[in-house]
Design a protein around this ligand. Structure first.
Ligand SMILES: CC(C)=CCC/C(C)=C/CC/C(C)=C/CC/C(C)=C/COP(=O)(O)OP(=O)(O)O
Ligand SMILES: O=P(O)(O)OC[C@@H](O)CO
Ligand SMILES: [Mg+2]
Length: 241
């Protein structure tokens, strides 16, 4: 069986660019799901990510179940906490927040997640998650009680991403933060990409087709967009299939 991770690798080898729409269980009303997903189905999106920094228990499971009724795209959990794990999804980004030094977000939550993961068939994708300063405080920063990496310290960012790869992470995710003022700069993306032999995900603050193209051109393999779709459904028209 083709795994979601294998499919990402195959797409990259064919120079295809990937796009994930992030659905935040906090913000998506169940009544709005079918219309929202039909827009996703008509767009170039290749993946659906579901997650948030702070989500109440049970909400993610109900939402994922509903999303799956309306699409064949892979649904991947992007969880801020253990309670967001549900076997209704296809895979989970097993995020370790390697930009920070909070042991709970480096390894603690992961140990706590194992009992739940054992009961699921989720594909687990080990992901090195790097929060990069964007001009304002993000939810991830607040919840994890960590500081983001400074965006002018490119060496630290590159070295952190490479350390993640050498620790065995299967993906590196450069995160500016949901609703970021400054998306990750192309220069940072290209320098990190140059160093890596694993796929690179970029997200946070990308609000236009131009921003999307510029992230791809710099070397992002998969771009994550949430806020732009939440706030302006017409953005989907710009990225129709
Ligand atoms: C291992 C498991 C299961 C959980 C912990 C996973 C870790 C270490 C997560 C890293 C830190 C974290 C809180 C990530 C959340 C990522 C996420 C879903 C961000 C989406 O944006 P929001 O942070 O919800 O932004 P808004 O609140 O502005 O919508
Ligand atoms: O909501 P936006 O700013 O698109 O960010 C998406 C994602 O990278 C946040 O974790
Ligand atoms: Mg949120």
């Amino acid at each position: 069986m083709n795994s979601i991770y294998q499919n990402i690798i195959t797409s990259i080898s064919k120079s295809e660019k990937l796009l994930a729409v992030l659905i935040d269980p906090d913000k998506m009303r169940l009544e709005a799901v079918s219309k929202f997903i039909s827009k996703i189905n008509q767009s170039k999106a290749t993946h659906i990510f579901v997650g948030g920094s702070e989500v109440n228990e049970g909400v993610t499971e109900t939402l994922v179940e509903d999303i799956k009724k309306h699409t064949n795209l892979p649904v991947i959990l992007f969880p801020g906490d253990v309670i967001q794990i549900t076997d209704k999804a296809d895979a989970i980004l097993f995020l370790s927040l390697i930009s920070g030094r909070n042991p709970d977000y480096l390894i603690g939550k992961h140990v706590d997640a194992i009992s739940k993961l054992r009961e699921t068939n989720l594909e687990v994708v080990s992901t090195g998650y790097l929060l990069i300063e964007n001009g304002k405080e993000t939810s991830v920063e607040r919840v994890s009680k960590t500081k983001p990496l400074k965006r002018n310290n490119i060496k630290k960012i590159i070295d952190t991403a490479k350390a993640g790869e050498l620790l065995g992470k299967k993906l590196i995710y450069l995160e500016a933060g949901s609703g970021a003022t400054h998306a990750i700069e192309p220069e940072i993306i290209s320098k990190v990409k140059e160093e890596l032999n694993i796929p690179l995900i970029v997200g946070g603050g990308i609000r236009s087709k131009k921003g999307l193209e510029s992230a791809y051109k710099a070397g992002a393999d998969l771009v994550v967009i949430g806020t732009a779709f939440e706030q302006d459904k017409s953005f989907f028209n710009e990225i129709k299939k």
